[in-house]
Design a protein around this ligand. Structure first.
Ligand code: BGC
Length: 692
């Protein structure tokens, strides 16, 4: 028997292990590894020369392996990306995360996660790098579409829902840790941030994913307080691994995630991706010999990796994973359901919508995007679905034969106006594409952050021209985040926010326009009136300070009126909120209260309502926001029906971070509970309770 065969691990025998058995097995495997073998676990299995040209041809076309050990029988981490589906091969393309955030539907998100897990595993991957939960500090961020919105709580519960679904099958990774909210300068941007803002605003959503058992965390490209995230011991060791007791592994963002292997391992990085480069074993041995780090850090990293490999090696039912599953009907139906639940009705003057099928002779449809498959960025999150239903196709198939649909690109304004005049209804699809916003690729074509929050001048002109001759003017917007609509909002009758709605987005749009689906989505980020209502943002900066306030919290603080508030969205029915109550008026600092409210469908159509709960702080000893989102639920109601919605609230979730004591403090003060259909003050019922 050769030495190597004595060390051979039969991975297939390692099924259904308990937590203790995993721990024991991981330690045993570690103990038989040489230093070089251990270091091999911590890097990708390809060099720049091997992997570079492949990635250049099509980024992420196949899974990327790290730490496969053929001699020992240890499988690799097989990376695949998202978040709007699986980027390998051709897969189901869901609406982007920002759209899904607008659904406020956590069950749906978990189902999407499960489909992503099944498709990724069917493609041969065992790791999904697409749980993107960066906070939308400013809507110009090029990757806004990859995250769920602006609110810490909402981001956290969405990240958890997605990872829970994915981790029924494969490992998930939450990214980009931390403060990654500007794209164009992401490789050298330094974010200055005080400890309280970091802990309370930019990190709690990551902590939620850690508590839910996420297998890994990806460090961000940018610096935080002077140190690259991949070289940042405060972020990776002190907070993530020590304070939060994270048991998974840390992976670098690709290529520029770290600059030096010794700094990275000291800071707490466990795997370098996508190449064996700055943490290449020979380099690392050199650093070790110079005394720049010790072997116990290698052992710690490898244990983390082995634990997750063992835990996920045999997850899920093997019968589930095969090529037939990829973009199968069941999965594309889920993409359709997600699109239906993500499109936000922002305006509906005189209830112009839903349109009455068979009663309209002619609808004119304008704008190049009407006829363009437009499903989001062409960077690392790009999914290649087998087909995309465009808005035009969706409108045509929903309208039926009695209505004539005429498409016009809108290039010639006079022509467009003539057509609008002779049509009962005009629909304009306008917004952005991957050229206007997305991941910074370094190329001229795709620079990352949006240049303006307004529509292209051409589109604004088209909208005004059409609206000036046809009062039944409906605008459907595409984009990865909030858009400033103020300049023309008053001129049109209806506005729908489609986001990038995925491969079935056109179908969902048609169904909503004609009332087959009652819209229920609500904004996961504020639509500001102007840039003045937003935090400072400059796409070219390399130094920026992130403050405590942004989004609705900033609007509340400054008393700004946005065009559309956070949590806002219309329906074809109406709801009333009554009888807000709590089960206790005083609790202790480890207590919990139940908040209940009766919600009634007061209209004629069945609908789903997103019920939101915010909390405010009376006489706090520190500066606190006017209110914070602390819970939400969705309720399905037939006309006239009333249901009670119950929301739990834990005292510990109301704590602030005390920078002197370096701990979370639950204050003994009065807390104000706000419950209602949006974050707008006038929409909210209130009650109070205290903690003592
Ligand atoms: C992105 C990551 C992504 C990685 C691999 C990087 O450019 O920043 O979000 O996971 O590529 O696709």
């Amino acid at each position: 028997m050769s030495e190597d065969s004595k060390r051979w691990i039969n991975w297939d025998d390692l099924q259904d292990l308990s937590v203790d058995q995993i721990e024991e097995k991981a330690k045993q495997i570690l103990s038989i590894m040489t230093l070089k073998e251990k270091l091999n676990q911590m890097v990708a299995d390809q060099t720049v020369t091997e992997g570079g040209p492949k990635m250049h041809k099509r980024y992420n076309a196949e899974s990327i392996s790290a730490g496969e050990d053929k001699k020992l029988g240890v499988p690799g981490v097989l990376f695949s990306d998202g978040p709007r589906g699986v980027v390998i091969g051709s897969s189901t393309c869901f609406p982007v995360s920002m759209a899904r955030g607008a659904s406020w539907d956590l069950e749906l998100e978990e189902k999407i996660g499960s489909v992503i897990g099944i498709e990724a595993k069917s493609h041969g991957a065992n790791y999904f790098g697409g749980v993107c939960i960066n906070l939308l500090r400013h809507p110009a961020w090029g990757r806004a579409q990859e995250t769920y919105g602006e609110d810490t709580y909402h981001l956290g519960v969405f990240g958890v829902a997605l990872l829970k679904g994915v981790q029924k099958h494969i490992m998930a990774c939450a990214k980009h840790y931390a403060c990654n909210s500007i794209e164009t300068t992401r490789f050298n941007l330094n974010v200055s941030i005080d400890e309280r803002t970091l802990r309370e605003v930019y990190l709690p959503h990551f902590k939620k994913c850690v508590d839910a058992g996420v297998a890994s965390i990806m460090s961000a490209y940018n610096k935080v307080n002077g140190k690259y995230c991949g070289h940042n011991p405060h972020l990776l060791r002190e907070i993530l691994k020590e304070d939060w007791n994270f048991k998974g592994f840390v992976l670098t963002d690709f290529f520029w995630g770290i600059r030096n292997g010794a700094l990275a391992i000291n800071a707490g990085v466990d795997i370098e991706m996508p190449f064996e480069f700055r943490m290449a074993p020979d380099k690392m041995i050199g650093y070790m010999n110079e005394g720049r780090f010790t072997e116990d850090l290698v052992d710690e990293g490898v244990l983390r990796i082995l634990r997750q490999k063992l835990k996920f090696a045999h997850k899920g039912d093997p019968k589930l994973y095969n090529k037939e599953k990829i973009a199968c009907k069941e999965h594309t139906d889920l993409a359709l359901e997600a699109a239906r639940k993500s499109i936000v009705l922002l305006k509906n003057k005189k209830s112009i919508l839903p349109l009455k099928r068979n009663e309209i002779k002619q609808i004119a449809v304008f704008g190049k995007l009407t006829n363009t498959p437009n499903i989001g960025d062409h960077g690392s999150s790009r999914v290649y679905p087998p087909y995309v239903i465009t808005p035009l196709e969706g409108i045509k198939s929903s309208a039926g034969n009695a209505t004539n649909i005429i498409f016009n690109e809108g290039e010639d304004l006079e022509d467009a106006k003539e057509l609008a005049k002779s049509s009962e209804i005009s629909i304009i699809v306008a917004g952005y594409t991957h050229i206007d916003e997305g991941e910074g690729s370094g190329s001229k074509e795709r620079t990352g952050d949006r240049k303006s929050l307004r529509l292209h001048e051409k589109d604004e002109k088209l909208i005004s021209a059409i609206a000036s001759v046809n009062e039944n003017c409906i605008v459907a917007l595409e984009g990865g985040g909030p858009i400033i609509v103020e300049p023309w909002e008053n001129e049109v009758s209806a506005i729908l926010m489609l986001w990038y709605p995925g491969m079935e987005g056109g179908t969902a749009l048609g169904e909503i326009l004609f009332g087959d689906i009652n819209p229920s989505a609500k904004l996961p980020a504020v639509f500001a009136k102007s840039e003045d209502q937003l935090p400072y943002f400059d796409t070219n900066v390399t130094e920026i300070e992130y403050g405590y306030y942004h989004g609705y919290r900033l609007m509340d603080k400054e008393g700004y009126e946005p065009t559309y508030p956070f949590g806002y969205g219309l329906s074809y029915t109406s709801y009333s909120y009554n009888n807000l109550r709590i089960d206790k008026s005083m609790i202790s600092s480890d207590g919990e209260i139940q908040v209940s409210v009766d919600v009634t469908n007061t209209g004629n159509i069945t609908g789903e309502e997103v019920v939101q709960m915010y909390v405010g702080y009376k006489n706090s000893s520190v500066d606190r926001p006017f209110k914070d989102l602390k819970g939400f639920d969705k309720v399905f109601l037939t006309p006239g029906e009333t249901k009670t919605v119950n929301l739990g609230l834990r005292a510990e979730d109301l704590a602030y971070y005390d920078i002197d004591r370096k701990e979370w403090v639950v204050e003994n003060i009065i807390y104000i509970i706000y419950v209602g259909p949006s974050s707008r003050k006038e929409d909210l019922l209130t009650t109070t309770f205290s903690i003592s």
